[in-house]
Design a protein around this ligand. Structure first.
Ligand SMILES: *Cc1c(COP(=O)(O)O)cnc(C)c1O
Length: 384
């Protein structure tokens, strides 16, 4: 979406604007992965489980991947009546949910040998049991995002797995080791290790899920992945899945905010926005700086973009624009389609952003939260 449209065609603020046209373009570009029966593409719904968007994605993927019972229920509802697969993998499977999960899902990858031991027998025949493997190859420096960090809780240690008989009793394997990768190189290295350790067992499997963490938009050359998948299929006769989340929706979302106050604090310009880091919690959680339209390092007017909550650290960061920000100006954060709305909250009683979708037919508001929604959330079940 162009920034003029974002600045002028969104009547309310704060707003989360999702560009379905861009999403379509991305999904169309990804069809090369599915062509000739190469990969099966799943959308990992945890990054943005917004129903209207799941509806757009559904016809262009082979299913969804989920991490909890609620996600599984929602995804199953969207897929209802269709052919789509539903994959689950989580450290958080609860004993009392296994039955329903196996009813809803087509594939469940257990995260540990303990999960597998306790729950595999309860899995219904239509649901294919797998195991998540931790290949212990770290490609991410920041341990907060690194599934292969020391003492990891994610997946069965590959050093233990190749000697364990559990692998002879599953139909698939799941690996997920990447985060925001813009190259397939780490995946190829991981597959090398997987085949080295488990090669003689892979031929007995039906499927391998290669996880998510790929920034598909930035990876224009998919040939390394396609070659690796072709090799897996030739050697082991398995279905191969990938399950990106951020890579499909991340670049399609914008957070549109408005300057509601501005002043100078000890010589620094502060612009208070009608939003806060509570609408984009990863800013605070991981201390990242979201990209804002119009900001560049040589901008002559530095300004601290601050949120409107009571928290001193509710700050988007220091940005530089070509003109000083005025009251009423729009500030737009881009590439916030993934892990933004799903983590947003109403801290301090500030409402959640309205949600708009940009479609071929124009821009439409598709969700507006009200005081009544806020009130309902905080009412006890028995109150009237
Ligand atoms: C989070 C997650 C994904 C999706 O990751 P993205 O970085 O959003 O692509 C896929 N698979 C598993 C197991 C995950 O935990």
């Amino acid at each position: 979406m162009d920034s003029i449209a974002l600045k002028t065609q969104i009547p309310t603020s704060p707003a989360f604007v999702f560009d379905e046209v861009e999403l379509q373009t991305t999904l169309n570009a990804c069809q090369v992965l599915r062509a000739k029966n190469a990969c099966k593409l799943l959308y990992s719904i945890k990054s943005l489980p917004f129903y209207p968007i799941l509806d757009v994605i559904k016809p262009l993927v082979d299913g969804f991947s989920v991490s909890s019972l609620f996600e599984a229920r929602l995804a199953a509802e969207v897929l209802a009546g269709g052919q789509g697969s539903l994959h689950l993998c989580t450290p958080g499977i609860r004993a009392d949910e296994v039955k329903e999960l196996t009813h809803l899902c087509s594939h469940i990858s257990f995260n540990s040998l303990s999960q597998h031991q306790r729950f595999a027998e309860q899995v219904a025949p239509h649901c294919a049991v797998g195991l998540r493997v931790n290949p212990k190859l770290s490609f991410i420096k920041d341990d907060r995002y690194n599934p292969c960090r020391k003492f990891s809780k994610l997946g069965v240690d590959i050093d233990a797995l190749w000697q364990d008989s559990a692998i002879d009793r599953v139909r698939g394997l799941h690996i997920h080791t990447l985060f925001a990768a813009n190259s397939y190189q780490p995946l190829l290295q991981t597959l090398d290790k997987l085949t080295l350790f488990l090669g003689d067992k892979l031929g007995k499997l039906d499927w391998i899920n290669l996880g998510g963490g790929y920034l598909l938009k930035e990876m224009t050359d998919h040939s390394p992945l396609l070659a690796a998948v072709a090799q897996l299929k030739n050697r082991y006769d398995v279905d191969v899945y990938i399950e990106p989340g951020n890579g499909l929706v991340g670049h399609c979302g914008y957070l549109v905010t408005t300057v509601i106050d501005s002043f100078v604090s000890e010589g620094k310009s502060i612009a208070v926005l009608d939003s806060s880091v509570n609408h984009h919690p990863e800013v605070f959680e991981y201390q990242i700086q979201a990209s804002a339209i119009g900001h560049h390092v040589k901008g002559r007017f530095p300004v601290i973009l601050a949120g409107s909550s009571c928290l001193a650290g509710d700050i988007f960061g220091e940005y530089r624009f070509d003109a000083p920000l005025q009251l009423g100006d729009r500030v737009i954060f881009e590439r916030v389609g993934a892990y933004t709305l799903v983590k947003a909250n109403r801290f301090n009683g500030y409402n959640l952003p309205d949600i708009y979708c940009h479609r071929a037919t124009g821009i439409t508001r598709v969700k507006h939260y009200t005081f009544e929604d806020y009130r309902q959330y905080w009412l006890g079940d028995t109150a009237s």
